[in-house]
Design a protein around this ligand. Structure first.
Ligand SMILES: O=C(O)CCC(=O)C(=O)O
Ligand SMILES: [Fe+2]
Length: 362
């Protein structure tokens, strides 16, 4: 801390200081105020040192003296004790010009806010850095510009590259507007819903029992992806606004090598996580799209939909959620044998009765 403190003193006057701090030496400041300011500075350093430890890099390298369009909220995290929600944060920042969106990290104590220009970010930082924030119960936020050369941070801000998930296929506009309308009509007249957590689910319908236009989707699928075995089972799920599905892998041994999911009525961000490396990639599943989960994605990545009312898109924009319907199609493994190349992640030796292996995450 001493070394950093020293560096910090040298570093402060231009950028890393607050107005209050610059007044620090003026005689008008009371002792109490001075103590309070010192405490704030100490807290700030502690927050920066935590990031240093996590990132294994000096904070002066991670943050930038230059204004950039990305702000790091060094002591604001998502969920858990003292954590915030997407809505809370976006409510604070959306009143600033050029606010594009936010990015919460997973299991790390900091978050990011994305602005259209460095100038817009500057205004928000000026208004909020080292100030007590009413919307966060008086919490004092410590905000820095992200260094554009520090790839580890930039990667976390823009981590939606499908190429990073081997075996994931996404086709936009797979379903036509007319097909979607027809399917939704039938779905909403279905009566056999079962509540599962906050979702409504119709399980394991045989495809032959489903309306004819499902056939045209399946035919298109067969033509485009002839290697996918004949699908046997359909699960329909309604996700009311604000709901999701916890991280899980669809059971290796119960189901075949490809899981197909259609998104209807509304788009959503699905979070994929590599079980071995913990790498997280967010993928936007647009309304009327087709997703195929196979190979490594099927066997070594969990997928989840976070329960929240809006999603942050890759460009930083916030998109409110609508009610979403998904159609998931699978083949069934009658002998419950899985021969995937990830035996350490596989349920082949586990006695289980449910259809999914929950990874235990919330
Ligand atoms: O809603 C979706 O698109 C996927 C649902 C899912 O992951 C599942 O049912 O296993
Ligand atoms: Fe799943």
């Amino acid at each position: 801390m001493t070394k950093n403190n020293l560096e910090y003193q040298v570093f402060t006057p231009s950028l890393y200081s607050s107005k209050e701090e610059n007044n620090h030496n003026s005689s008008s400041i009371t002792r109490n105020e001075s103590r309070k300011l010192k405490r704030i500075q100490l807290k700030k350093l502690q927050a920066y040192e935590v990031i240093e430890k996590i990132e294994n890099a000096p904070w002066k390298k991670i943050f930038s003296l230059e204004h950039t369009q990305y702000l790091c909220l060094t002591n604001v995290c998502f969920g858990g004790i003292g954590g915030v929600t997407t809505e809370q944060l976006s409510n604070i920042f959306k009143s600033f010009n050029g606010y594009l969106g936010l990015k919460l990290t997973h299991g790390k104590p900091y978050s990011f806010i994305i602005f259209n220009t460095p100038y817009d970010a500057f205004h928000a930082r000026e208004a909020l850095h080292e100030k007590s924030c009413d919307a966060l119960n008086g919490k004092i936020m410590f905000i820095e510009y992200v260094n554009l050369n520090y790839q580890n941070f930039i990667k976390q801000i823009k981590n939606s590259d499908k190429r990073d998930i081997p075996g994931l296929i996404l086709m936009e506009e797979f379903i036509t507007i007319e097909q979607e309308k027809e399917i939704l009509q039938v779905i909403y007249s279905t009566k056999s819903w079962i509540p599962v957590q906050d979702r409504m689910v119709v399980f394991g319908i045989k495809l032959a029992e489903f309306p004819f236009y499902m056939n045209s989707l399946l035919e298109k699928l067969r033509n485009l992806f002839p290697s996918i075995p004949k699908l046997e089972q359909l699960t329909i799920q309604i996700y009311p606004i604000g709901t999701g599905i916890p991280p899980h892998m669809d059971s290796h041994s119960s189901f075949g090598p490809s899981v197909i999911a259609f998104s209807l009525e509304s788009s959503v961000i699905m979070e994929f996580k590599n079980i071995k490396t913990n790498k997280v990639v967010n993928i936007d599943l647009p309304r009327r799209s087709l997703m195929i989960i196979k190979d490594e994605t099927r066997y070594a990545w969990s997928h989840a939909i976070r329960a929240r009312k809006s999603d942050t898109l890759e460009n930083g924009q916030i998109r409110d959620r609508g009610q979403r319907i998904s159609l998931t199609l699978r083949t069934v493994n009658p002998d419950r044998i899985c021969k995937c190349s990830w035996p350490e992640l596989c349920d082949r030796n586990v006695n289980h009765f449910g259809s999914n292996i929950e990874t235990g995450e919330s």
